[in-house]
Ligand binder design. Structure first.
Ligand SMILES: *[C@@H]1O[C@H](CO)[C@@H](O)[C@H](O)[C@H]1NC(C)=O
Ligand SMILES: *[C@@H]1O[C@H](CO)[C@@H](O)[C@H](O)[C@H]1NC(C)=O
Ligand SMILES: *[C@@H]1O[C@H](CO)[C@@H](O)[C@H](O)[C@H]1NC(C)=O
Length: 356
């Protein structure tokens, strides 16, 4: 989000201006597993609220209570909000339990393997000059990481990319009021909550955390005449970051790099790792170039190729404890999301309508 245009600017001019707009997002992610996997931090059902990619509330099938993940949210919302939220999450949990089963039958899957049903829904806005502009609303379901159903907000209907989703699409589209509700929720209710949360969490959300930048050089395991140069930026917030690996001050094209993608650290901050393979006798100057909203100027760190299989800290600022107790859970959850699920899934809030 927002990173792509910045990357282009950097590649074209070698200049870094983090011209990131004032975009904000509120997403809820529900994840239901077909069975208990008996791993710490992994539950049959979890629900997570994310404001600007940071956890604000959490629910799992073990504690069965919706809890705040940010102090400001805890302070601002009445106990009533959490009670209602808990009730709503519990009924969602039941809804998911039933529907995972229905989907498994439809997919002709049995209980031997683990299956995952996810729903992701929420909205994004731009709040540039005090005006709130609705950017997008998303409601999508995924099964085992594949998109299963997604809501077309413009035409107010469900899109079924796989035949198994068609019966559900037809059923839901047959009740226009349900689709009107979903559209209304995404465009209005979600935006209202998002702006309210932004106001409540203003102080905390304004806190940005600089990336620490680390570099390492080590021998390739597959070819001893090659070196792998790696750059790691971590502990930054917000999520948008620009990292390029440069040879003689020129950014290497992305297709030559191996990138981890931006990943959550679990404490509300993020990390990104990129590496490139070079000839051991390559004498050009390589450096790692990182820019981020929290940095007044880019961090540029050079590789000293004499320093093999070692690493050094070149820049950083201690982040401090954002986020909360759910850290490990989130990390594991994200692991599941990444491994099992390429696309999120979303459904209709409060809908009693099952897949069949
Ligand atoms: C369950 O599904 C797996 C994978 O499709 C299959 O190998 C296995 O035989 C099935 N088990 C039963 C009891 O049907
Ligand atoms: C290692 O890479 C070099 C240069 O690409 C190549 O000439 C050489 O054959 C490679 N060695 C092995 C063991 O793959
Ligand atoms: C890269 O940029 C630095 C600082 O601007 C400069 O000192 C250096 O000579 C440049 N290196 C090359 C290879 O252009």
């Amino acid at each position: 989000m927002g990173a792509a245009p910045v990357v282009c600017v950097v590649f074209l001019c070698g200049v870094l201006i983090p011209a990131l707009g004032d975009k904000h997002s509120l997403y809820y992610i529900y994840t239901a597993l077909s069975k208990d996997v008996a791993l710490p931090g992994i539950y049959e059902f979890t629900a997570l609220g994310l404001l600007n990619d940071r956890a604000i509330d959490y629910y799992n099938s073990q504690e069965q209570v919706k809890v705040p993940k940010q102090d400001w949210l805890k302070e601002k919302m009445q106990p009533d909000y959490w009670d209602k939220g808990t009730q709503s999450r519990r009924s969602k949990e039941q809804w998911f339990k039933v529907n995972v089963e229905i989907l498994m039958q439809r997919m002709r899957h049995n209980h031997t393997n683990l299956h995952v049903l996810q729903w992701r829904h929420g909205c994004e806005i731009d709040e540039s000059n005090g005006d709130v502009t609705f950017l997008k609303g998303i409601s999508e379901y995924s099964y085992d990481g594949e998109e299963f159903l997604s809501f077309d907000i413009v035409n107010m209907r469900w899109i079924a990319p796989v035949p198994e989703a068609l019966p559900t699409k037809r059923k839901w589209d047959d009740v226009p009021i349900l689709n009107q509700y979903t559209k209304g929720y995404l465009e209005k209710e979600c935006v209202d909550w998002l702006t309210k949360f932004l106001e409540y969490g203003e102080e905390s959300l304004k806190k940005h955390f600089k990336p620490y930048v680390y570099k390492f050089a080590k021998k390739s395991t597959t070819n001893s005449s090659k070196l792998i140069l790696t750059c790691l930026a971590t502990s930054f917030y917000p999520k948008d970051v620009v990292m390029s690996l440069r040879k003689s001050n020129n950014s290497l094209p992305e297709h030559l790099l191996r990138s981890s993608g931006v990943r959550p650290n679990g404490d509300g901050t993020y990390q990104l790792r990129k590496s490139v393979e070079i000839q051991e006798d390559d004498t050009a100057d390589y450096d790692c170039y990182v820019t981020h909203r929290a940095l007044s100027e880019p961090v540029i760190t050079k590789w000293d190729r004499k320093c093999r299989n070692c690493w050094s800290i070149s820049s950083g600022l201690v982040g401090g404890g954002i986020g909360g107790v759910v850290v490990i859970l989130l990390t594991l959850l994200c692991g599941i999301i990444f491994v099992l699920i390429k696309k999120g899934i979303i459904g209709i809030p409060g809908s009693k309508s099952h897949w069949n």
